[in-house]
Design a protein around this ligand. Structure first.
Ligand SMILES: [Zn+2]
Ligand SMILES: [Zn+2]
Length: 684
């Protein structure tokens, strides 16, 4: 008998001979067991994924003896899931095994003295929810909730868990506390029916808020898993999971691959967050694979958000997810919670002279300051500004990356945020040799300068680190006391200061967000404004400064018109053939060699695949595959100087996968390059 073994390396499964006697000892089935087998002259741990009488590949080249057999690690459904991951993300199966905490699992098994079976302790007795404590938690989570109004949605979600049946839901909530409250209610209601659960949040900082209510419900069964745990902490967590002591996992993206034996429920909070997409190794999307894992395991899946992604809304429109609308849930003293005001400021009419802030925002700042209240300023970037030539409109760029250089006035330097290159500010314009270069746009530094200048007459003390902060880091959170009048930062700030509430907020240049070179720019802007308005108090306002107030998206945002926006955006994506109505796969060919030869070869390969696709799609142009490139782009990887990119795009989602495999196998023959494939890339 033979076994296919997968190692946590960039390799497909390899075939090994099973030693006589080993099979009978393990009841004839080694599937899902960790084995030790020779690989590249060393004995290496791997996972058995299938057993066969005869090896598939003739010649028996890979056949060596399996040396040691350890414990059972993966169920049949886990193996199907790993196979699906490898297939969908166009990566060898070993690349999918690695993030499945395989190395941690090996450490656990070595710890347990090789060969020994980790004692399955079974799921601990379900702890009775502490009712008193839960009511307390509920009050802090959402004080004004009218609980009967959520019953229907709650029943629907819990029924799926009880039936051990795959069902997926998209929940749109008006606020983050309500998102947490609903989750809490699901656990209270489904309680004893939950055997294995994963709760995903986009940022590590958000774990804390959920920790206490979940501990109240699950106690020792709860386990935290995220990328910033130490190696030792990770191994300990995985040991708890494998032994069955913990079966409820709370964590960030990577936790979706926790090696749980059973799963009956998966929740993905703030499902729209780009943090769920991985940018290295197996470039998986945490939300998307949560749905697939739920499907394979027969679990209930709940995706929730204050502003769901276009992908998920689309999936609920085509019936893949059940949509639960919670926007009318919040009831406060018998009335719906009023929507916080969003004000669009037309900068053409009201920009203060030579300033980046408008009269309205300035007035608001003065007003709030007199009342000792707070205002959040959101700017697009760190530093002072870009440098633009008034004569020829040229913007100073990094010579290596061709991206705009950022001016740091405090150090009188220009810096490339992409590669870190720094240079002095040139005396004249590189393009036209004119001397009329000026700061353009505003970063945190310029905003600080402007505010200090404008408000100096008032009785405010504006000082760095106390009164006025730029780019707060984690440790700065405690510096933000009640008398911090103004906070300036990039959008990063709102995520870091999640518990801080402001009396108003101003996004100084919403146009920069709307005009990002990304087909998701409108969607991201909508989500970002909704996120910002979460940290504004109920009676406060969010100001959006724009030079293009006619932009239709601003109208949707102003009136919280999600449905109008989704309709508009889906029709745009449809007419341009963008996801979710199509699938995009990107191929980055990275190299340190001279690119002209590689470019030529890549061009030839692309042309060959193009010809192949055209032949196959025939006259069904609608279902054809677009192959864009190759083009040279700034290298996204620090260790490679050059990057050549090919994009594949098609409405025929299965066909595009097949074409991608053909392209990959041909690109694989190029010498001196590394190829990174990204299915459903977020950054193009
Ligand atoms: Zn110029
Ligand atoms: Zn650069």
């Amino acid at each position: 008998m033979y076994a296919d073994v997968v190692f946590p390396l960039k390799l497909p499964p390899l075939t090994y001979r099973i030693p006589t006697g080993a099979l009978s000892e393990y009841n004839g089935n080694l599937n899902g067991r960790i084995v030790k087998a020779p690989l590249r002259g060393r004995s290496t741990y791997g996972l058995v994924t299938s057993i066969m009488d005869k090896p598939e590949i003739g010649g028996g080249k890979n056949i060596k003896e399996i040396q040691g057999i350890h414990r059972h690690f993966a169920s049949e459904s886990t193996i199907s899931f790993l196979k699906w991951l490898s297939d969908y993300y166009l990566s060898p199966m070993g690349v999918a095994l690695k993030p499945y905490f395989f190395e941690e699992a090996i450490s656990v098994s070595v710890h347990q003295k090789s060969g020994g079976e980790v004692k399955a302790e079974g799921t601990p007795a379900i702890q009775k929810p502490d009712v008193e404590r839960n009511i307390e938690e509920r009050r802090t989570l959402a004080p004004d909730i009218d609980l009967p109004s959520i019953t229907q949605s709650l029943t629907a979600v819990c029924q799926g868990i009880k039936d051990k049946d795959y069902r997926s839901f998209l929940l749109q909530v008006p606020s983050i506390p309500l998102e947490h409250l609903f989750l809490n209610e699901v656990f209270n209601e489904a309680g004893s029916g939950i055997h294995g659960a994963i709760i995903l949040v986009p940022e590590i900082g958000q774990i804390e808020r959920l920790l206490s209510p979940l501990q109240g419900i699950f106690g020792e069964r709860l386990c935290i898993l995220h990328s910033r745990l130490t190696k030792r902490e990770k191994i300990e967590a995985i040991q708890r999971v494998i032994s069955g002591r913990s079966d409820v996992i709370l964590g960030t993206r990577s936790a979706v691959l926790a090696p749980l034996k059973n799963i009956s429920f998966i929740a993905v909070l703030s499902e729209h967050s780009p943090s769920y997409k991985g940018e290295e190794g197996l470039r998986y999307h945490g939300r998307d694979i949560a749905v697939m894992r739920g499907f394979i395991e027969g679990a209930g899946v709940l995706l929730s958000s204050i502003c769901p992604s276009i992908e998920s809304v689309y999936n609920s429109k085509i019936g893949k997810y059940t949509f639960l609308d919670a926007r009318s849930w919040v009831v406060s003293h018998g009335t719906y919670q009023p929507k916080k005001k969003i004000k669009i400021i037309n900068m053409r009419k009201s920009a203060l002279k030579r300033r980046v802030i408008s009269e309205e925002v300035f007035k608001e700042a003065k007003r709030l300051h007199l009342k000792k209240e707070t205002l959040l300023f959101l700017v697009g970037r760190k530093g002072y500004s870009l440098i633009r030539c008034e004569d020829c409109n040229h913007i100073l760029k990094c010579s290596g990356c061709h991206l705009p250089l950022v001016f740091y006035k405090s150090r009188d330097m220009l810096r490339c945020h992409y590669c870190g290159h720094e240079e002095r500010v040139p005396e004249s314009c590189i393009e036209c040799k004119g001397f009329n270069t000026k700061p353009s746009g505003a970063g945190t530094e310029r905003m600080k300068e402007e505010l200090e200048g404008l408000l100096k007459t008032g009785p405010i003390i504006v000082e760095k680190g106390k009164g006025l902060l730029t780019e707060p880091r984690d440790r700065d959170s405690n510096l933000l006391s009640d008398f911090t009048p103004f906070v300036i930062g990039t959008s990063y700030v709102t995520r870091k200061l999640r518990d801080k509430m402001f009396d108003s907020a101003a996004i100084l240049n919403i146009d920069a967000l709307l005009s990002r070179p990304d087909f998701r720019a409108y969607e991201r802007t909508f989500q970002e404004v909704m996120q910002v308005s979460q940290s504004v108090r109920t009676d406060g306002s969010t100001f959006l400064q724009t030079w293009h107030p006619e932009n239709i998206v601003l109208r949707f945002i102003k009136s919280y018109d999600f449905d109008g926006f989704y309709k508009y955006e889906l029709s745009q994506r449809d007419s341009l053939g963008y996801p979710p109505l199509s699938r995009i796969i990107s191929f980055n060919i990275l190299t340190n060699r001279e690119t002209s030869k590689i470019m030529l070869d890549t061009q030839n390969i692309a042309d060959g695949v193009r010809a192949h696709n055209n032949k196959n799609s025939g006259h069904h142009r609608h279902m054809g595959i677009d192959l864009l490139g190759p083009i040279e782009i700034p290298s996204p990887a620090k260790s490679y100087r050059h990057c050549i990119q090919i994009l594949m795009k098609s409405r025929a989602k299965k066909a595009v996968h097949l074409a991608a495999k053909i392209l990959l196998s041909r690109l694989g023959k190029l010498k001196g390059v590394r190829i990174n494939t990204d299915v459903d890339p977020l950054k193009i």
